[in-house]
Design a protein around this ligand. Structure first.
Ligand code: UT7
Length: 333
């Protein structure tokens, strides 16, 4: 089979209207806006209403990405949704999206890799395009983390937000698109960031609910140390495999979890912050949605320039990490 280059030909995003500011959170738990901004960089987050689900956000982002790529839903052969907050165990969010947008020619599955999920999914999608199996693949990172957040736990409730971002992956001219990547996991760190109950190990019961075991539990300090170590390392591997150097990286898109983690990654890569995309102040940590939302905003601001290289890098529950290098442009009309 003939191989080709695969890249992003369309981007879309959606965040719910409702904004929860740090001042709003001050009224719920013992915290203050100064602490939150100083330790995380977050000023506000978007939060869904009770009747809105992850698939709702995914559908809106998908429709925007299809419009941006100038494609219809029937042109899509595969949908991959990266999420840690699916509507339900099954069917998958990808199947819910498939029927809602009318992508009747598409296979569909979810991919679970925590906050690294979008980059994992993007790289997975690219394999199908590169080897000629599928022409257009829709990749979505969508989360409603605020629904599994313990709003009485100040260690976690200040961090998360809801949203979705989507990308259409298709053939691009040789030498463009995905140039190199690195994927990794360390399952021994799984205890650091988890939702303990509701699965087959600890099925939902009155006791699990009373003990708040359906909410996110996190060892923030340990996840922080892991993130600072891994972000630079995995990005450097992807850069090396792409056959470029850090000097050739025009824009870094780190997972938007914490400004201090982002700054540490930039420092490790010796990249000035002017070449790092940051929007964590507006959205908080939207997990697998954070990188595609950032890409979408960068595109709207004219920052995704043909011929320039971006590095996407994420880390998350699992533990997992993922990085890739994308060269923009080369879109085949
Ligand atoms: O996408 C992956 C998901 N996870 C992450 O990215 C999280 C990675 N970790 C982090 O971002 C940071 O560890 C946090 C932002 C969660 C915490 O920051 P930190 O600088 O590591 O703070 P800490 O946990 O060491 O806590 C310092 C102090 C503690 O008080 P004591 O024990 O020193 O008296 C906490 O109780 O800050 C206290 N604290 C707060 N104070 C005010 C913790 N949360 C809050 C809060 N407001 N919301």
């Amino acid at each position: 089979m003939e191989t080709c280059s695969a890249g992003i030909i369309g981007l879309g995003m959606y965040v719910p209207e409702k904004i929860v500011t740090n001042a709003d959170i001050e009224k719920i738990v013992d915290t203050n806006s100064e602490w939150i901004i100083d330790r995380t960089g977050i000023k506000q987050r978007h939060v869904v209403e009770a009747d809105v689900t992850t698939s709702d956000l995914a559908v809106y982002a998908a429709e925007a990405a299809l419009a941006d790529a100038n494609l219809s839903a029937e042109d899509i052969s595969l949908i991959i949704v990266a999420t840690a907050t699916p509507d339900m165990f099954f069917p998958s969010v990808a199947c819910l999206v498939q029927t809602r947008i009318g992508a009747k020619n598409a296979a569909a599955f979810d991919l679970v890799a925590g906050c690294s999920g979008f980059v994992y999914a993007l790289i997975t999608a690219s394999q199908f395009v590169q080897n000629g199996t599928y022409k257009n693949v829709l990749v979505i990172g969508a989360e409603t983390l605020t629904k599994i957040t313990d709003w009485s736990d100040r260690n976690t409730c200040v961090l998360f937000g809801d949203g979705a971002g989507a990308a259409v992956i298709s053939k691009v001219a040789d030498g463009h698109g995905l140039l190199g990547f690195d994927l990794g996991a360390d399952g021994s760190g799984g205890e650091l960031l988890k939702v303990e109950a509701g699965g087959t190990r600890m099925p939902a019961s009155a006791e699990t609910v009373a003990n708040k075991l359906h909410f996110i539990q996190m060892n923030g300090n340990e996840v922080y140390k892991f993130a600072v170590k891994i972000m630079g390392a995995t990005a450097l591997k992807a850069i090396e495999r792409a056959g470029i150097t850090v000097d050739d990286v025009n824009l870094l898109f780190p997972h938007q979890a914490n400004i201090r983690i982002i700054q540490a990654a930039a420092k490790r890569l010796k990249l000035p912050m002017e070449r790092v995309f940051v929007n964590v102040e507006n959205y908080g940590n939207t997990s697998s949605a954070s990188i595609p939302i950032a890409l979408c905003e960068a595109k709207a601001a004219g920052q995704l320039i043909d011929g320039e290289n971006s590095v996407l890098v994420g880390f998350g529950a699992g533990l997992t990490w993922a990085a890739c290098v994308l060269k923009w442009g080369g879109i085949v009309k």
